[in-house]
Design a protein around this ligand. Structure first.
Ligand code: NAD
Ligand code: MG
Length: 401
C-alpha cells in the first residue's frame, strides 16, 4: 500500500529497539525519506523506545513489558505521543493505519502483530522469520486477501526475491541459500560442547540480536530460513539447498532449468534488504556501502556439514513433515536458546532439545493437523505444547550437567 501522491508514507516499526529496528530508522535517516511514523514498539528497553519516539514522533509508542509503562509515560510526558503497553496493544498498533510495517520482533511473539499487520492490508517488511515458520503460508494468504504483500527482509530471502522469476516457478530447479557458517564454522564437535554464550553471539560479519546470533552459530538460523524460503517461494524441500559462503557477499541464488543461476550480491549490511523492502519495486537512493570485489578478495564456497550442524536436517525434516512440526521446531529452539543463554544447558544441547521435543511430540501424535480452525490459535497451541516439552527436556539436561 502506498501513500496518496504528495503525502509521506505512514510506517510502523515492530521491534524498533532491536538490531533490525534500529537499522530501519537509521536507513530512513540516511536516505532522508519522508515518512510519517504511526507506531514504534519495543520489548523491555523503555529508555531507547522513548528516545526513538521523541525523535520520530509516532502517534503511539508501545512497550511489551507492562511494568515499563509508567516510565514510558514519564519520558513521553508533554510530547503528545500516546504511551501503551502489552502484547495486545502491540497487535493493535500493528493493525493501525500504516501503509508499511516493519516486522522486526524476535521469535513467536512477533506472529500475532505480524498477522494483524497483514490483515490490515499494509505492506509487511518481514524480518521476523519465526512468524512465517509458525504462521505458515496462511500468513502470506492473509496479506494477499487483504490487498497487501509480504516482502522479505531476511538478507537471503531478499536476495531470492530480487532474482526469482515468479513467471517461471516451474523452471526454478534450485534455490540456494548462502550462509556465513557462523562463528563455529571451523570448530569440531568437541570444541562446540564447551562453547559459551559469548562465543556464540560473536558473529563474524553482522551485529545482531542474541537469539539470531545463537541460531547462526547452531545453523538453526539457516534451518528456519529453509522453511521461510519454502513458504515464500512455494518451493518443495528437495529444491532448497544451503551453501556455506563465509564472506557473505552473495546473499543467495536461484538456479533455473536452463542451467543459468542468478545471484544477488552486496556488502553484508541489513539496511540494503530493508531499503529493497521499503522501495519495492523501485530502488531507494541512499549512501549505501558499495561492493569492492577486488578489495574483498576471493569468494569461497563449502558444503554444509550436517553432522556438526544437525539443526539443518532437523529443520528440513520438520518442513517435510509439515503440519505442526515447523512451529514445534521453532518453539523448542526458542526454549533451548534461552536456556543456553542462561547457561543452563550446553551449546550442543540446543539441537538435542529440538530433536527430543519433536520425537516426543511425534510419538504422542501431537504433530498432525494444524490446518483447521483459527490459524493464530492453532499456532499458539502448538507453540505452548512444544514449549512445555522442551522446558522439561532442558530441565533434565541441565540437572545432568
Ligand atoms: P533483537 O533482539 O535485536 O530485537 C528484537 C526486538 O523485538 C526488540 O525491539 C525487542 O525489544 C523486541 N521484543 C523482544 N521480545 C518481545 C516480545 N515478547 N514482545 C514484543 N517485542 C519483543 O533482534 P534482531 O536481531 O533485530 O532480530 C529481529 C528479527 O529479525 C528476528 O526474527 C531475526 O531472526 C530477524 N532477522 C534479524 C537480522 C539481523 O541482522 N539482526 C537479520 C535477518 C533476520
Ligand atoms: Mg538471514
Amino acid at each position: 500500500m502506498n501513500a496518496p501522491a504528495g503525502l509521506p508514507r505512514k510506517v510502523t516499526i515492530l521491534g524498533a529497539t532491536g538490531s533490525v529496528g534500529v537499522s530501519t530508522l537509521d536507513l530512513f535517516e540516511q536516505a532522508q525519506v519522508e515518512v510519517e511514523v504511526v507506531g514504534l514498539t519495543g520489548g523491555r528497553n523503555v529508555a531507547r523506545l522513548a528516545e526513538q519516539a521523541l525523535k520520530w514522533r509516532p502517534a503511539q509508542a508501545v512497550i511489551e513489558d507492562e511494568q515499563g509503562l509508567p516510565e514510558l509515560r514519564d519520558r513521553l510526558r508533554g510530547s503528545g505521543i500516546e504511551a501503551a503497553a502489552g502484547a495486545s496493544a502491540i497487535a493493535d498498533v500493528a493493525a493501525a493505519d500504516a501503509q508499511w510495517v516493519m516486522s522486526a520482533i524476535v521469535g513467536f511473539a512477533g506472529l500475532a502483530p505480524t498477522l494483524a499487520a497483514a490483515r490490515s492490508g499494509a505492506i509487511v517488511a518481514l524480518a521476523n522469520k519465526e512468524s512465517l515458520v509458525c504462521g505458515g503460508p496462511g500468513l502470506l494468504r492473509t496479506a494477499k486477501l487483504a490487498g497487501g504483500l509480504v516482502i522479505p527482509v531476511d538478507s537471503e530471502h531478499s536476495a531470492i526475491f530480487q532474482v526469482f522469476d515468479s513467471r517461471a516457478t516451474a523452471q526454478v530447479s534450485r534455490v540456494i541459500l548462502t550462509s556465513s557458517g557462523g562463528p563455529f564454522r571451523t570448530w569440531t564437535k568437541a570444541q562446540m560442547t564447551h562453547a559459551t554464550p559469548e562465543q556464540a553471539v560473536a558473529h563474524p560479519n553482522f551485529s545482531m540480536g542474541a537469539k539470531i546470533s545463537v541460531d547462526s552459530a547452531s545453523m538453526m538460523n539457516k534451518g528456519l530460513e529453509i522453511i521461510e524460503a519454502a513458504y515464500l517461494f512455494a518451493m518443495p524441500p528437495e529444491r532448497l539447498d544451503v551453501l556455506i559462503h563465509h564472506q557473505q557477499i552473495i546473499h543467495s541464488m536461484v538456479e533455473y532449468a536452463d542451467g543459468s543461476t542468478l545471484a544477488q550480491l552486496g556488502p553484508p549490511d541489513m539496511r540494503a534488504p530493508i531499503a529493497c523492502a521499503f522501495a519495492w519495486p523501485d530502488r531507494l537512493p541512499w549512501p549505501a556501502p558499495k561492493l569492492d570485489l577486488v578489495a574483498s578478495g576471493p569468494l569461497t564456497f563449502e558444503a554444509p556439514d550436517l553432522t556438526r550442524f544437525p539443526a539443518l536436517s532437523l529443520a528440513k525434516a520438520a518442513l517435510s513433515a509439515g503440519g505442526a512440526a515447523p512451529g514445534a521446531l521453532n518453539a523448542a529452539n526458542e526454549v533451548a536458546v534461552a536456556a543456553f543463554l542462561d547457561r543452563k544447558i550446553g551449546f550442543l544441547d540446543i539441537a538435542a532439545t529440538v530433536s527430543e521435543t519433536l520425537e516426543r511430540m511425534e510419538r504422542d501424535g501431537d504433530l498432525v493437523g494444524g490446518a483447521n480452525g483459527d490459524a493464530l490459535e492453532t499456532a499458539r497451541e502448538t507453540d505452548a505444547a512444544a514449549r512445555r516439552i522442551a522446558s522439561a527436556v532442558t530441565a533434565s539436561l541441565s540437572s545432568a550437567r
